[in-house]
Design a protein. Structure first.
Length: 201
């Protein structure tokens, strides 16, 4: 029988369904919020994190967002989520690292942002906390990786966390429950196209 045969297809799908159900039956609920890392050189790390925010809001969960790098730059996601009572939003970075050109200021801003994130993670008030672009702050050693992991350890058990930014440290990836690496296949910037409102920011 060919793969296009309806009876053959049904049998294959029934077998796959049984295998999948058996796998699911073995899974356990960890009874704690998970840690997700979105990293890699490709675009979409923050966008994916904000998709997780939308999912959490769909379940009427409480969400906190701390942005580490993007500064006062207006973005569509910030304009949208700041309207919602279920989302606490803090943009605490001072802009791209090449804009500030002041390491001490960058360190102070990163430490303040992480302090706010720790406060939210430990409070027990949030189901999800997103630390947007924190991996950049760790990469430039504005934050110590051991302090970040200690903060994750200290979070309330109900709180899941998403950490975004390229070049996530191996220690963080080892600690996380889920690590997704975005790879770049093609980017309009390299074709001379500037960032587009509503798509890129």
């Amino acid at each position: 029988m060919s793969d296009a045969d309806p009876k053959d297809h049904k049998e294959k799908m029934q077998q796959r369904q049984a295998e999948q159900r058996a796998k699911v039956a073995e899974l356990q609920d960890p009874d704690k919020g998970l840690v997700l890392v979105h990293t890699g050189p490709g675009k979409g790390k923050s966008s994916s994190a904000f998709g997780v925010v939308v999912r959490a809001l769909g379940w009427k969960q409480r969400v906190g967002v701390v942005q580490f790098i993007k500064g006062k730059w207006k973005t569509g996601e910030r304009l949208f989520f700041e309207r919602l009572d279920e989302v606490t939003w803090h943009t605490m970075g001072e802009g791209f690292t090449w804009d500030t050109q002041d390491r001490n200021r960058d360190i102070a801003a990163a430490e303040a942002a992480f302090g706010k994130a720790r406060e939210m993670m430990e409070s027990g008030d949030y189901d999800l906390v997103v630390m947007d672009e924190i991996n950049i702050a760790i990469r430039y050693e504005y934050l110590k990786i051991e302090d970040v992991i200690a903060g994750l350890d200290a979070r309330d058990k109900r709180t899941a966390v998403v950490l975004t930014g390229r070049d996530a440290r191996p220690e963080l990836c080892d600690y996380a429950d889920l690590v997704t690496e975005m790879s770049e296949v093609k980017h309009p910037f390299k074709a001379g196209i500037k960032a587009q409102r509503g798509v890129d920011y």
